[in-house]
Design a protein around this ligand. Structure first.
Ligand code: SF4
Length: 207
């Protein structure tokens, strides 16, 4: 049986030990999932949202989700006088196709998703390391459909590799659905009138 690790507890310990003003690069899959994460973490970090999601198909859907992400950040910054920043990436669905090659017909929750997480988190970590961020993490664990153990194992592996190379940036292990994070993301999505998609990003017949 898979061991249960309380990643929320682990994150709370890290948060309690921060000195203040640490820079966080937050990979975001979409506006709705990022809403409760930004709300929770903005008390602790100087946040930059990183929108790297080549898995989303088709491009029109990618653009729609991206514009909702930008809208959310703008609404939050206006409402709370905060300074959440945003880094955009060029859309390249081929990067996703290469990462999941041979797994196109596997379902959601399969090894295909592991590769998809890894692709997005490796790129996030690289940008964090190269740009002096103290921490990097992802909003992916907000969703009850995503395997939090996989997400945190990948973050841990990447963090260990970066440490060996002398980089200071660290993964922030988290389970953002905890402490009502998922429910809060639904509430905030309603409050900010965000578009909430009805599929993860790819679909087998659209890859
Ligand atoms: S279902 Fe979602 S997480 Fe899994 S491969 Fe597709 S886009 Fe990625």
């Amino acid at each position: 049986m898979e061991q249960k690790i309380d990643y929320n507890k682990i994150m709370n310990k890290v948060l309690s030990e921060l000195s203040g003003g640490e820079k966080l690069l937050l990979h975001s899959c979409c506006g709705p999932c990022s809403s409760s994460v930004i709300e929770r973490l903005s008390k602790f970090f100087d946040i930059t949202v990183y929108y790297y999601n080549p898995n989303i198909f088709p491009k029109e859907e990618y653009e729609k989700r991206k514009s909702e992400q930008i809208k959310l950040i703008s609404l939050i910054n206006n409402k709370y006088n905060s300074n959440i920043k945003f880094i955009d990436c060029d859309y390249n669905n081929q990067e996703f196709k290469d990462a999941i090659c041979g797994m196109e017909n596997l379902g959601e929750g399969s090894k295909r998703c592991w590769n998809c997480f890894k692709l997005r988190l490796e790129k996030t970590a690289k940008i964090a390391a190269e740009n002096g961020f103290d921490f990097f993490t992802t909003t992916l664990s907000v969703s009850p459909h995503k395997n939090v153990n996989w997400i945190c194992e990948i973050l841990t592996d990447i963090g260990n590799q970066l440490e060996k190379k002398g980089f200071k940036t660290k993964p922030l292990l988290a389970d953002f659905k905890k402490e009502n994070g998922y429910l809060r993301s639904i509430e905030l999505s309603k409050e900010f009138e965000l578009y909430r998609q009805n599929y993860c990003g790819c679909t087998p017949n659209k890859i």
